[in-house]
Design a protein around this ligand. Structure first.
Ligand code: PLP
Ligand code: COI
Length: 343
């Protein structure tokens, strides 16, 4: 396999590891080679979006060791997502155990250290009992963990992208599911995301729904801006609490930067020296342009925010944050906060 050409596309790995919740308990952990399951056409996951998922990465370190980045954080968020849907989720220990087994069985697909790629781990919860009723399920819940080798989400590491503000679409409702990682949130963002790509942007930047005054996040990542040696990220009740962002907030402070988690007015985009996306898939992806449009498909760009990163294509602070977080993940830098779990 040519690891250096990896992006974020599906590829078949060795096994899928799973366990079924039935009669009040999680059953034996199973491993299968096929990456398809027999699922009733009446699964509420298919009809009503009764499913949630997670995403973290495993890395082959400079020392040859395998590190998983903060999987217990994902376990806790997974529990919150499942609770929102009213379905049972594995406890933290079981979550991490099944994920660890999935990584161990798919080590053939864990990219070598030199490639700067990683193994993406995707835990998923679906319902397997036929039902047409709009009621939560508490039996026949399938927890499965799939893996795939991945490289840069934007095609190349630290490759800057263009984004667009869409005031005619929301990713999440004010008292809805924005803070949990349920599948429906991604369905909600699919059409606007497709339109944005058609118009030449990589992703949509959402504002706080209803009011459209403050920055929320991208459809697949959190937002951060940097100015005056300060890492600024939105405080909002419609944003997914990103584990990457939480880590970067800490790293920024470790590096002697200030950190502010607060409402970020749209107009403040003009004041930032650097702007970026952060998340497991995107790691840190610099954003060089944000177009503010009343409606996504409108011809008129009300205001264009541009960030000039010169020849390097990425802001200095963003690059330092990127090198620090990936340095910890690949075992090049000391893991002072004990974030990595070794296989
Ligand atoms: N926001 C959204 C909507 C996401 O889908 C993701 C990806 O998981 C993130 C933020 C980043 O979260 P994390 O850093 O935990 O992967
Ligand atoms: C992740 O970063 O783990 C995500 O789930 C985002 C997804 C759109 C790839």
């Amino acid at each position: 396999m040519d690891w250096s050409k990896l992006t974020f596309k599906y590829s078949k790995t060795n096994t899928v590891v799973s366990t079924l919740y039935s009669n009040g308990e999680w059953g034996p952990i199973k491993s299968q080679k096929e990456d398809s399951f027999n699922l009733t056409v009446f699964s509420p996951s298919l009809h009503y979006g009764m499913s949630c998922f997670e995403g973290f990465k495993a890395f082959r370190g400079v020392d040859g060791k395998v590190r998983m980045f903060r999987p217990y954080e994902n376990a806790r968020r997974f529990q919150r997502s499942a609770a929102f849907l009213g379905i049972p989720a594995p406890d933290e220990e079981l979550f991490v155990k099944v994920c660890t087994q999935a990584v161990a069985e798919n080590l053939d697909f864990l990219p070598p250290y030199e490639s700067r790629a990683s193994l993406y781990v995707r835990p998923l919860l679906v319902t397997t009992i036929p039902s047409c009723n709009l009621v939560p399920q508490n039996d026949g819940i399938l927890f499965m963990v799939i893996t795939m080798p991945v490289g840069a989400y934007a095609g190349a590491n630290l490759h800057s992208i263009k984004s667009v503000i869409a005031r005619d679409y929301d990713r999440a409702a004010p008292k809805g599911s924005g803070t949990v990682k349920i599948s429906g949130n991604y369905a909600e963002a699919m059409f606007a995301g497709g339109e944005a790509v058609r118009l030449g942007y990589k992703d949509v930047l959402y504002l706080n729904p209803g009011e459209y005054k403050y920055i929320d996040e991208f459809s697949s990542a959190n937002f951060f801006g940097i100015k005056d040696n300060t890492y600024v990220t939105p405080l909002s009740n419609t944003v997914l609490p990103s584990i990457t962002n939480k880590s970067l907030q800490q790293i920024a402070q470790d590096l002697g930067m200030k950190m502010e988690k607060r409402k970020v007015p749209v107009e403040e985009l003009a004041e930032f020296e650097e702007v970026g996306q952060c998340g497991t898939a995107v790691v840190i992806t610099p954003v060089d342009t944000i177009d503010d449009k009343e409606a996504l498909a409108a011809a008129e760009i009300k205001r264009r925010y541009h960030y000039d990163y010169g020849q390097r294509g990425c802001g200095e602070k963003s690059e330092l944050l990127y090198k620090t977080i990936t340095g910890i993940q690949y075992g090049e830098l000391e893991d002072t906060h004990d974030w990595c779990l070794y296989l």
